[in-house]
Design a protein around this ligand. Sequence first.
Ligand code: FMN
Length: 360
Amino acid sequence: MVLEGGGSTARRKLEHIEIVLGKPVEGPGTTWFEYVFLSQKALPPVEPDRVSTRMSFLGKEIAFPVMITGMTGGAPGTEEINRSLAEAACRFGIALGLGSQRAALESRELVYTYRVAREACSEVPLVGNIGISELVRYGPGVVETLASMIEADAVAVHLNYFQEVVQPEGAAGISRGLEALFKAVDVSPVPLVVKEVGFGISRELAAELYSGGVRHIDVAGAGGTNWVLVELYRAMASGDLVKRYAAEGIKDVGIPTAASILEVRSVSEDIVVIGSGGVRSPYDAVKALRLGADVVGLARPALVAYSKKQLSEFLEGFLLGMKAILASLGASTLSEVRRSPVVVTGLLKDWVSSRGLSLG
Ligand SMILES: Cc1cc2nc3c(=O)[nH]c(=O)nc-3n(C[C@H](O)[C@H](O)[C@H](O)COP(=O)(O)O)c2cc1C
């Protein structure tokens, strides 16, 4: 996939796509889903096609508790990706997030690279996106601008602290982030989703967010796409040795996704939890639901499948696999998954006990 053009924000977006598709950007740690075992029956009591996976999410009905989380837009050529993702989301009835809309705030002529998603699909929840630094810089009113730009059902604010530390462009204003988020929740015309980008959200932060009115959290835990690794490759390409050493030194940070889902869920049943970060298989997805996610999210696998022109087949196979596993648990509805037996071993078991978490 070769894309070109745009200003510096747009160019960075394109570099990210090239690196994410071309380099090993996952790990080095894992999601800890490998410590979770579900008790499936070899003789399922439910037919897979009788499993009801429909649910309401962000004011719309979706056919599966699945979301492609925010990746792109903001550079010429990325509209093709967003259009394809939106068409696939529509075909399968799953939610879609777009990448940071910062580029469109900086130059309005890039708005079409995001709007194309809503034009391609009006039925599924569409989630806008902005970074916490931009929210601090532009102020809470920017959420309304972002939502109306793409007719979004929600706007995600991403917390990408570790990425910002190691990216050449740097991080600023992060300590005013919580205050900015609370103001934005108050004035936003649509729900605000607070999302990580691959380092997870702790119980403590989730509790603070909850107390400020946030009701949607995408944990985006560690074990999947690692943005410190992505920036490490950019630092290597530009010869920035300081950022390179910093990135090598902090690439292991983050809360594994399985632990982060349990942490956030422990704060309240009232939070809509998106379980994402390294969800790579239908089995991972069902484990995420069992641990407390309402919806599971994936990003890089959808981009990889798109680049191979296999997005539809990938999603169809993924969703088929999810239904098969749900049926094998005897779960004919999504709420039944949360009550199915689960065994947690190893590091995740230690984490659960030292943090006093419950498996529900
Ligand atoms: C190419 C690419 C671009 C991304 N851009 C954004 C972005 O603009 N805003 C955001 O919140 N997350 C962004 N993400 C992070 C994803 O939404 C997701 O949180 C993260 O990649 C972990 O999920 P994964 O392991 O399934 O890839 C991006 C991910 C990819 C792969």
